[in-house]
Write a protein that binds this ligand. Structure first.
Ligand SMILES: NC(=O)c1ccc[n+]([C@@H]2O[C@H](COP(=O)([O-])OP(=O)(O)OC[C@H]3O[C@@H](n4cnc5c(N)ncnc54)[C@H](OP(=O)(O)O)[C@@H]3O)[C@@H](O)[C@H]2O)c1
Length: 250
């Protein structure tokens, strides 16, 4: 039995983060479930559950959260935001917003926990990226690049952490229409209605909503994160969901 027992997960207010928190609780772990605005009604009460406020784009919030969490054994960087729009239409402030959360937020959280992992010579960092980094899709240039950077970051980091018995892993989910991800992305997409791309954009949006083809479910991601944390022999890239798995097999 692997002895890790406390996990800190970012972005637990919905979707993959919430499901992952539930799975680790069900498996008997201590869970630090973090959210920008903590809500007590999302997970069943448990003496092994702590809810902490965390905005991964805010250095003070990260410092307070990591201090308050105390020693942890695994960090799951799940918090992320989406953006589906023709690049020509995307403001640089939106580009920065996506990178601040998906890329720099992941790096900042990782840096905040590495000293304790290195000192005790154990720990796992799991970064949730996306299967769009395996096969590119249109209108996702900013989002894909923010996640591809995390893939590269994690794979290099894993090499320098290995001598300290600290692991870094990637979970790559496929398309999951059942989470709040699409709705949460809308505010960043408002105003991107370039006429020249209108027909193309409508066709892509329709394809994204299609549920006739294989999709990813939140429990696929929770199980992949569980494997990444608890199985030292797991590969560094773990696809999550039937569509993501198919991409790695084709
Ligand atoms: N759904 C998909 O199709 C899909 C596919 C591949 C990969 N992913 C990735 O999987 C992860 C989870 O996505 P999901 O589908 O579960 O989406 P979701 O339901 O929108 O959940 C995203 C979570 O991230 C949190 N978050 C956003 N900005 C944050 C910030 N600055 N600080 C802390 N938390 C923040 C959100 O919290 P608030 O409630 O505070 O906004 C929310 O809890 C993301 O990294 C996403 O990029 C999603």
């Amino acid at each position: 039995m692997y002895s890790i027992s406390t996990v800190l997960i970012t972005g637990c207010s919905s979707g993959f983060g919430l499901e992952t928190a539930q799975l680790f609780l069900d498996e008997g772990w201590h869970v630090v479930a973090t959210m920008r605005t903590p809500r007590e009604d999302l997970l069943p009460p448990s003496e092994r559950l702590r809810l902490l406020a965390l905005d991964v784009t805010d250095a003070d919030s990260i410092r307070c959260c990591v201090e308050e969490a105390g020693p942890i054994d695994a960090l799951v960087n799940n918090a992320g935001v989406g953006l589906l729009a023709p690049f020509e239409d995307v403001s640089l402030s939106s580009v920065r917003e996506v990178f601040e959360t998906n890329t720099f937020g992941t790096m900042a959280m990782t840096q905040a926990v590495l000293p304790q992992f290195r000192q005790k010579r154990s720990g796992v960092v799991v970064n949730v990226t996306s299967s769009v980094t395996l096969k590119s899709l249109p209108l996702l240039s900013v989002y894909t690049s923010s996640k591809a950077a995390v893939n590269a970051f994690t794979e290099s980091l894993a090499l320098e952490l290995a001598p300290f018995n600290v692991r870094a892993k990637l979970v790559l989910p496929g398309r999951a229409p059942s989470t709040s991800f699409g709705d949460n992305a809308w505010p960043r997409m408002a105003g991107s209605a370039h006429e020249a791309y209108a027909d193309f954009t409508q066709a892509v949006f329709a394809a994204m909503r299609d549920t006739a083809t294989p999709v990813t479910y939140a429990n696929d991601v929770a199980e992949a994160v569980w494997r990444a944390v608890t199985d030292p022999a797991a590969p560094i890239r773990i696809p999550a969901g039937a569509d993501a798995v198919a991409l790695t097999q084709g």
